[in-house]
Design a protein around this ligand. Structure first.
Ligand SMILES: *[C@@H]1O[C@H](CO)[C@@H](O)[C@H](O)[C@H]1NC(C)=O
Ligand SMILES: *[C@@H]1O[C@H](CO)[C@@H](O)[C@H](O)[C@H]1NC(C)=O
Ligand SMILES: *[C@@H]1O[C@H](CO)[C@@H](O)[C@H](O)[C@H]1NC(C)=O
Ligand SMILES: *[C@@H]1O[C@H](CO)[C@@H](O)[C@H](O)[C@H]1NC(C)=O
Ligand SMILES: *[C@@H]1O[C@H](CO)[C@@H](O)[C@H](O)[C@H]1NC(C)=O
Ligand SMILES: *[C@@H]1O[C@H](CO)[C@@H](O)[C@H](O)[C@H]1NC(C)=O
Ligand SMILES: *[C@@H]1O[C@H](CO)[C@@H](O)[C@H](O)[C@H]1NC(C)=O
Ligand SMILES: *[C@@H]1O[C@H](CO)[C@@H](O)[C@H](O)[C@H]1NC(C)=O
Ligand SMILES: *[C@@H]1O[C@H](CO)[C@@H](O)[C@H](O)[C@H]1NC(C)=O
Ligand SMILES: *[C@@H]1O[C@H](CO)[C@@H](O)[C@H](O)[C@H]1NC(C)=O
Ligand SMILES: *[C@@H]1O[C@H](CO)[C@@H](O)[C@H](O)[C@H]1NC(C)=O
Ligand SMILES: *[C@@H]1O[C@H](CO)[C@@H](O)[C@H](O)[C@H]1NC(C)=O
Length: 466
């Protein structure tokens, strides 16, 4: 299980190479060559795709047992762990209707020890937060805190459901099926008494876990059988992450306030008013422990919807792709009569392969596929991407866009997915990256940039952004 090590590299790189955010006028120095070259070897070991190479690159982030030691619950003395109250995370989810509503309960049971940034500091080799402002340190603390979660294996949870503030379930709640070995659960439960009728608009119910002391609240959208479902990637589609720029992706993820991609909040708000029976499903391959950070951001900027996070249980990078495909498959199987609009960007390789695949599997359920070409609006994006899988997707259903404005006036309901004023430049194969710009004179610079892109890619992989 690579749960904790996931962040290892990233924080180490953040510490090693992110320049001081400056009230001071000193210009930010370029990353040291050493940092790059070690990252390059890391990169090749990952792209070598040898699963056996993984442990070597994941070195310095504390393992679960490091955290347990720090909290003093190791050595078989779990009385301290017993003293930490149980918490549950209910990831915002969805329900379908078949005479009654089937609610998907999806989340994690865990205990959250009180680990401070300085505790993490002392555990993580090479991490230094000295160069961060106190605001940045607080954000870092806030966003990494949940990564110290200790899962509760085989947790037995009891859920409650509230509609318009009143409980629909009886006082003893619903017994959920036992969670797995890493505290994760994902199951449909039929709940009666939720109004019965399959309405033509999305309704929202509140959910909670009764037998935990920590926060355990969530929301579930009741999605009508017919209508349009917007499935949207988050990083670099809805918020500016720049996962394709080394260090910047990290800084934006951990120490900077989240920033919207311009025009997208307005676009989604418009769609939420104008599209029939519209439902929003946000999908990311960021690890599940970062859910709350995402939920807080999403629900204060975008229409309420469901969220897919990457499972903790990850033993191989290929499972990131599987996670993306599985969550799409689950959506399409749960809503066989709905039409889906899939939105992503060229910096996510899993998505560039998963969207065409699901489109071929369910051709009648695809309304449109919109892919933001991040390299067309941001020259910093040097990561090559592959459009080959789109070769098999019906022409006219997919569209590579640059800005929200390119999509704003499309008549999605009547099958208009392409804005003909935007040049598409599509050839089916590898696109972009420094290899494209390669004059001989630029070769060595190109190599460094490519290596730098590699750092971003690796970091992205283990942060789960791809
Ligand atoms: C376990 O830890 C608690 C609290 O630190 C301590 O009181 C207790 O003696 C320990 N038990 C064992 C068996 O070490
Ligand atoms: C558990 O918590 C109680 C109350 O906060 C405290 O008195 C006790 O020492 C704690 N036990 C351990 C093992 O930490
Ligand atoms: C967590 O630890 C910090 C510093 O060690 C302390 O100030 C804070 O009160 C603790 N919080 C809880 C909930 O125990
Ligand atoms: C802070 O950043 C400067 C310039 O990048 C670097 O020389 C220094 O070592 C850093 N300090 C710490 C404590 O990381
Ligand atoms: C993070 O910040 C949010 C909003 O300010 C707050 O509600 C939450 O409790 C904080 N979480 C942690 C782990 O500090
Ligand atoms: C949950 O219930 C199952 C089946 O009754 C049991 O095997 C398991 O130990 C329970 N889990 C916990 C954490 O108590
Ligand atoms: C974790 O993933 C592996 C490989 O996909 C699978 O065999 C195993 O059952 C999973 N474990 C849990 C607890 O889900
Ligand atoms: C849970 O409740 C908190 C505090 O009321 C709120 O900020 C958060 O958005 C809720 N979570 C969900 C998933 O609704
Ligand atoms: C509801 O979702 C479940 C789980 O995906 C699926 O098995 C079932 O067929 C769906 N029901 C309807 C009526 O579509
Ligand atoms: C898709 O259709 C457009 C407009 O009809 C056309 O210009 C383009 O060449 C087609 N692309 C492919 C790959 O067939
Ligand atoms: C097409 O894109 C242009 C440029 O972004 C925009 O002004 C126009 O409204 C778009 N047209 C449609 C139909 O979306
Ligand atoms: C197509 O290429 C042109 C010229 O390089 C560029 O301006 C435009 O943004 C590209 N279109 C897209 C959708 O990326």
């Amino acid at each position: 299980m690579l749960r904790c090590p996931i962040v290892a590299l990233s924080l180490a790189v953040l510490a090693a190479a992110s320049p001081a955010p400056a009230p001071a006028p000193t210009p930010a120095p370029a990353p040291a060559p050493q940092a790059l070259s070690s990252a390059v070897s890391i990169f090749s070991s990952v792209t070598g795709a040898a699963a056996s190479a993984l442990p070597t690159i994941l070195g310095s982030w504390p393992s679960l047992s490091d955290i347990e030691k720090k909290v003093g619950v190791s050595d078989g003395n779990d009385s301290k762990l017993q003293n930490i109250s149980a918490s549950a995370l209910l990831i915002p989810s969805y329900a379908n209707y078949s005479g009654d509503w089937n609610l998907r309960f999806y989340g994690l049971a865990y205990k959250l020890p009180n680990v401070s940034t300085s505790d993490l500091d002392s555990l993580i080799d090479g991490l230094s937060t000295n160069n961060l402002t106190s605001t940045q340190q607080q954000l870092l603390q806030n966003r990494t805190q949940d990564l110290a979660s200790i899962p509760i294996p085989k947790a037995n949870l009891t859920a409650l459901v509230l509609a318009n503030g009143s409980a629909v379930t009886n006082s003893s709640g619903i017994q959920l099926a036992t969670a797995d070995d890493v505290g994760e659960f994902d199951q449909f439960v039929t709940v009666s008494g939720l109004g019965g009728n399959d309405s033509s608009t999305v309704q929202v119910v509140q959910t909670g876990i009764l037998n935990v002391a920590g926060p355990g609240n969530g929301t579930i959208i009741l999605v009508p059988s017919q209508g349009i479902s917007i499935v949207s990637d988050i990083d670099d589609v809805m918020r500016i992450t720049k996962v394709y720029v080394p260090n910047e992706g990290l800084k934006n993820s951990f120490v900077q306030p989240y920033v919207n991609v311009p025009g997208i909040p307005e676009l989604y708000a418009n769609w939420s008013k104008s599209l029939p029976g519209v439902a929003f499903h946000y999908d990311t391959t960021t690890p599940v422990e970062l859910t709350r950070t995402y939920v807080d951001y999403l629900f204060s900027n975008y229409p309420l919807g469901s969220l897919e996070m990457r499972p903790i249980n990850l033993t191989d990078p290929s499972q990131i792709l599987d996670a993306r495909q599985n969550s799409l498959l689950k959506l399409f199987q749960t809503f066989p009569q709905r039409k889906f609009v899939l939105i992503g960007d060229t910096s996510s390789s899993t998505l560039l392969s998963a969207y065409p695949q699901i489109a071929q599997q369910f051709p009648n359920n695809i309304a449109c596929i919109f892919i933001r070409n991040t390299s067309s609006t941001d020259s910093d994006d040097k990561i090559p991407y592959d459009t080959k899988p789109f070769q098999n997707v019906k022409n006219g259903t997919y569209f590579f866009y640059r800005t929200a404005e390119d999509l704003a006036k499309l008549d999605i309901v009547n099958g208009q997915c392409v804005n003909s004023t935007i040049p598409q430049n599509i050839t089916f194969g590898e696109q972009g990256g420094v290899l494209d710009s390669g004059s001989n004179g630029a070769a060595s610079l190109g190599h460094i940039q490519y290596a730098a892109a590699g750092v971003g890619l690796v970091v992205s992989l283990f942060l789960g952004f791809i």
